[in-house]
Design a protein. Structure first.
Length: 410
């Protein structure tokens, strides 16, 4: 394993690779510290290319000893979106289509890594605090591994996500409160149950590493080149910051040359504490009470918010927010130009991409990648009533009457 310690992001104190997430000295967040993977860049590239078509092909950059998961995850399509690019006036645009993961969102990545590490550390139960997609992933991966699962969610989540989670056999606990209340409760439960692995609480440093694989795949799928700009959603800010870390690790390993792309974050206006702090020039994020259709992004007190702001500034990017109507329009625009149906979080990303294009932020020679992180079947209410269904009797006359047809002359 190339990981050698957990390290505080604030004061750099190091700890062994245990289930631990907060610095004892300064209460800062911990993340995995790595040694450089063995071998030359060419050897490393060959090792990756000879690996499985899952995120485990990047085992040299992941904090587990034995790469494994019963539910293969990752290596999702990078779709060249020429019609959407034309519509928005962007030269070269790709959609990283995370709906293709086993439970149809990017959360399968983070759960894969957290579960593998949890098993190495001897935990016997998988758990999480979730806004919906993580609940799906924890339930499914626990089922595949034969572990019991407890998922704690706010009690107002989309029915589609709750139904799928329960079907995988997880115990759902619907908490009367916001995600931030759920998260606090999970931290308390985690302190009392030492054999439970809360993937995004006590296993958080390992869990967060899973998001790097999105960046690794993007580089490899672009033929070992970097995009110029990445647009992705921000909930806790973890994925957004780990994307940049993934690009940086590939640059440092000599696998690709260039700089970390310009990073653009996307939030829903109804839960936009990071976008607000960015716009006001603040480094600290003031918590908010979420009210948006983008429930998977509805984290009012985002743990990695300040790091997301620093990253956007450092790379010349920005963090924007979009209204619920813009989110619905974003879902529709993506579906009609690419054939990809995304959930509300993807609508946030595409609406933000559109805003950047209209504002003139995207240069005429740029290669842009947008992260579409979850499937539209998870949030069907967002599109209900957005189109008309033609209902007719089962007769040819009725069809012809409803849809006029003119034969084209040969
Ligand atoms: Zn510290």
């Amino acid at each position: 394993m190339p990981a050698d310690a957990l390290k505080c992001k604030e004061c750099s104190t190091t700890y062994p690779l245990e289930a631990r997430f907060v610095c004892e000295r300064c209460f800062g967040p911990l993340e995995v510290a790595y040694t450089r993977p063995e071998g030359t860049a060419d050897e490393l590239r060959r090792r990756i290319q000879a690996g499985p078509h899952t995120l485990w092909r990047y085992a040299d950059f992941l904090p587990v000893q034995h790469a494994r998961s019963a539910l293969p995850t990752g290596w999702t399509p990078l779709v060249k979106a020429d019609r959407l690019a034309r519509e928005l006036g962007i030269r070269e645009l790709y959609i990283k289509n995370e709906t293709a993961n086993p439970t149809h969102s990017f959360k399968d990545r983070v759960v894969s890594i957290a579960l593998a590490r949890a098993q190495e550390l001897g935990f016997d139960t998988l758990a999480c605090a979730s806004t919906g997609n993580l609940a799906n992933a924890v339930a499914a991966h626990a089922a595949a591994a034969g572990l019991p699962a407890y998922v704690l969610i706010p009690n107002d989540l989309e029915e589609q996500k709750v139904l799928a989670t329960g079907t995988y056999g997880a115990q759902i606990v619907a908490v009367r409160g916001t995600y931030d209340d759920v998260n606090r409760l999970c931290t308390e439960v985690s302190g009392e149950r030492p054999n439970w692995a809360f993937v995004n609480v006590n296993l958080r440093p390992y869990y967060a590493e899973g998001s790097k694989t999105l960046a690794f795949e993007t580089v490899e799928q672009l033929g070992w080149e970097l995009p110029d700009r990445v647009v992705g959603p921000i909930a806790s800010g973890s994925q957004f910051t780990k994307l940049a870390r993934g690009f940086q690790e590939f640059i440092d390993a000599g696998l690709v040359s260039g700089e970390v792309p310009v990073m653009n974050g996307a939030q829903a206006l109804g839960c936009s504490p990071v976008a607000t702090a960015f716009a006001e020039g603040h480094d600290i994020v003031r918590p908010v009470k979420p009210d948006t259709i983008a429930k998977s992004l509805a984290i009012g007190n985002p743990a990695d918010g300040p790091y997301a702001i620093e990253l956007a500034r450092r790379t010349g990017g920005a963090i924007d927010s979009v209204t619920d109507d813009e989110i619905r329009a974003g879902i529709s625009l993506l579906a009609k130009t690419t054939g990809i149906f995304t959930e509300t979080a993807g609508g946030v990303t595409i609406a933000t991409l559109k805003k950047l294009a209209e504002r003139g932020d995207i240069g005429g020679d740029e290669r842009v990648v947008a992260m579409v992180t979850g499937d539209g079947l998870k949030t069907l209410d967002a599109v209900r009533g957005s189109f008309e269904v033609a209902e007719i009797p089962a007769s040819l006359d009725a069809f012809d009457e409803r849809f006029a047809y003119e034969e084209v002359a040969a």
